[in-house]
Design a protein around this ligand. Structure first.
Ligand SMILES: *Cc1c(COP(=O)(O)O)cnc(C)c1O
Length: 411
């Protein structure tokens, strides 16, 4: 019998006991709204912001309702107006172009490379052709481009950079935390990201005016002075009557759940790295399979794993996914013609009227993606690699592409 993996690719770790206790305390006193505080009390949301600012080294931080609302708030704070072109990666997740569309912007996609990062040489041409003044840079699946070169290009082209750090909370480029290069960094605390409050988002910046606008936009009413990781009141004076209140606040319950998770982020990033490297080592030198290069400057969070199957036919890739699924290894294919579950690609975002991206198409045609939840052990990662390697070799060496009848397909 071939070995079968029995772990769940969607099962995250439980909320730490400290977070459960803090959440219960909030439920017991009932002051869930961030501006509902007892005399002398500091809201959990305000404390979370202070702690996340300290963790990333940012001057200011704002907690919001989701990663998507972090991005829309940042785009508005950066001055994006209806009709404006906004650049983003051709390989990203649906909420990224969705955030651009939410503020009335026009997403313009930039090619991505075989390393799954934005094609630096395609930024200036796309900026010039579209007139875009903002780049919503998505560190999709945790892959960081050469941030030094990217920022040099952005400066030369007059582009404001907003970072989508949904997959890079805890990552650095040459020691600088992801989210600290551009005007603002946006994070998600949705269940599948690196801190889990079900839904939630965080926004960081060193720019006082942009952050004052972001706080007002997030729905602070005239209670912005209750924020602690925030610019001083006089900065708000200049913008408060010109900034709409677009409610997307985080509540104290979610903040209470998140605060203890920030304390263990570094430890969890280290565990993710072990899982990622175990899988990578197990798949090295597998004929037909190309691993993704990780530059030495990048300290990444291995919460998911990608590889390429260059020049494989769609039938071969489907067979590999089905055969692996039958052995308990769940993967997603970014080249599938129809969008499935979380996996869609730029040409499926028809509302954005995307122009073709031939280089990105070639990459996505063979791109396989897998989650690595921390409920997996290093032994699990090694087993997944063994199964995958066997199946890649089997399909690559011409195993029949239709599945044997007795093999059940995972749903
Ligand atoms: C999850 C995700 C987001 C948005 O986060 P939500 O909290 O789900 O709105 C943004 N970008 C990427 C790449 C993501 O994976």
């Amino acid at each position: 019998m071939p070995e079968v993996f029995t772990g769940s690719f969607t099962q995250q770790e439980p909320i730490p006991e400290e977070g459960i206790a803090a959440a219960l305390a909030v439920l017991r006193h009932g002051r869930l709204h961030r501006y509902n505080t007892a005399p002398g009390e500091i809201a959990e949301a305000a404390l979370l912001e202070e702690e996340f600012a300290a963790l990333t080294g940012a001057k200011y931080c704002l907690a919001v309702a989701s990663g998507g609302s972090a991005m829309t708030t940042a785009l508005r704070a950066a001055g994006v107006k209806p009709g404006d072109a906004v650049l983003s990666n051709g390989f990203t997740l649906a909420p990224v172009p969705g955030a651009i569309a939410a503020v009335g912007g026009r997403p313009v996609f930039v090619e991505v490379t075989e390393d799954l990062t934005i094609d630096l040489d395609d930024i200036a041409p796309k900026a010039r052709a579209s007139g875009a003044k903002v780049l919503l840079l998505s560190h999709m699946r945790g892959h960081l481009c050469d941030m030094d070169r990217l920022m040099a290009i952005a400066r030369a082209e007059g582009l404001t950079v907003i970072e989508d750090c949904a997959h890079t909370m805890g990552a650095t480029w040459r020691g600088v935390p992801s989210g600290r290069h551009g005007l603002m960094g946006c994070y998600s605390t949705q269940t599948y990201k690196h801190a889990n409050s079900g839904e939630g988002g965080l926004l960081i910046s060193d720019d006082a005016r942009a952050m004052a606008r972001a706080i007002l936009l997030s729905g602070s009413y005239m209670l912005y002075a209750r924020h602690r990781a925030a610019p001083p009141p006089e900065v708000f004076e200049g913008v408060r009557l010109d900034t709409p209140n677009i409610s997307s606040r985080m509540d104290n319950l979610r903040a209470a759940i998140l605060r203890p998770q920030l304390k263990t982020l570094a430890e969890r990033v280290a565990r993710w790295e072990v899982l990622y490297r175990t899988l990578e080592t197990g798949l090295e030198h597998t004929p037909g399979l190309r691993l993704i290069r990780r530059p030495a400057e990048e300290h990444f969070v291995g919460s998911s794993f990608q590889f390429l199957l260059p020049n494989w036919t769609p039938e071969q890739i489907r067979a590999l996914i089905a055969r692996s699924a039958a052995r308990g290894v769940e993967m997603k294919w970014f080249g599938a013609p129809e969008p499935v579950a979380f996996t869609s690609r730029y040409e499926h975002w028809r509302y954005a009227d995307p122009a073709p991206l031939p280089r990105t198409d070639r990459v996505l045609a063979g791109l396989i993606d897998m989650r690595l939840p921390l409920t997996f052990s290093p032994a699990d990662a090694a087993q997944i690699a063994r199964i995958l390697r066997e199946e890649v070799l089997a399909v690559g060496q011409g195993a029949p592409l239709d599945l044997p009848a007795e093999v059940p397909l995972a749903d």
